[in-house]
Design a protein around this ligand. Sequence first.
Ligand code: SF4
Length: 360
Amino acid sequence: MQSSFMSFSFGCRVNEAEKQLLDQNLLDAGFVWDEKNPAFYIINSCAITQKAEREVRQHIYQIRKKYPNTRILTTGCSATLWVKNNTKPTGADYWINNTDKKTIPDFICSLTTRPTYTQTDAKTPDKFLHSGKMMIKIQEGCNRFCSYCIVPYLRGTVKSEAISDIVKLIQQTKQPIKEVVLTAINTEAFGKDTGETLIQLLEAILQHTKIERVSFGSIHPWSITDEFLTWYKTNKDNPRFVHFFHIPIQSGSDTILRLMNRQYTTDELLKRLNQLYNIDPHALLATDVIVGFPGEGEKEFEETYQFLEQSPISKFHVFRYSPRPGTAASKMKYEPTPQKKRERSQKLIELGKKKMKLTT
Ligand code: SF4
């Protein structure tokens, strides 16, 4: 009982990468995964929308009810926000800020009697690991400050992992993995603080590890640079690099992109996407797009629709905008009605289905 745990992650792939690493650290320290009576339950929370926050609150409540004696530790973006605003819900025992996440294994060890045995088959039933995928966080924080996004306020300053540490993590993992998925809050910021680059990271992984496949969780529009395109041109036939690019563009209207503070134009974006497509017409391009942003009238929505129609992107994740308190966009006016958001979301989902059919 003293040395058992469970964990759960909400939200983005960076959170999932953090959970996988935390699980591994606890397993290495001799803890066991126990779904019947875990001594510790760690929640890595998300705060991207108010709905996400609500779900975390509900989860804490459910876990407290299901495991009355477990010690619940909550971390992640909701936890950081609630600690900051002094709005922590009841139910959890410990709260750890995003910036202190790395200390969690030591903190948990300090609360319990350290296990004295070594495990021979230490595993968690993680859904990604189960399918042979290891998420690796390569970077933390963002200084883009897109107007709708709370993340820069909760994830702190940009901090990249050293390439040598990422390579070591892959070389030393005990999990039976086939693919590493490189995840970042903003890939563009990778290496800005360490003087390293994404290309150097990819080269190092391909050269110094035996991993079968390398992919990106998302690669942000600012990372599709001339340098990256040149690298991809010479590596597009390398079967170890997964030819899938999830590029979150968020809108195809210049007016909305400006209001979102995305700092690129649709012309620049389309040029980059076409360059990528011309290098490798078989690569799958996917995106996130928000409908119903403040200021999105029929004209702006139509621009986004046409942009997506003519772009080589064929997979869309469509999100209906909801204001996030504490962000610049939450103070903007002229938000489309919920009905309009539903209709627009439906139209883009239909377009996505049509385009996916054409590519398969
Ligand atoms: S790039 Fe924009 S949307 Fe992404 S984390 Fe940074 S501020 Fe948020």
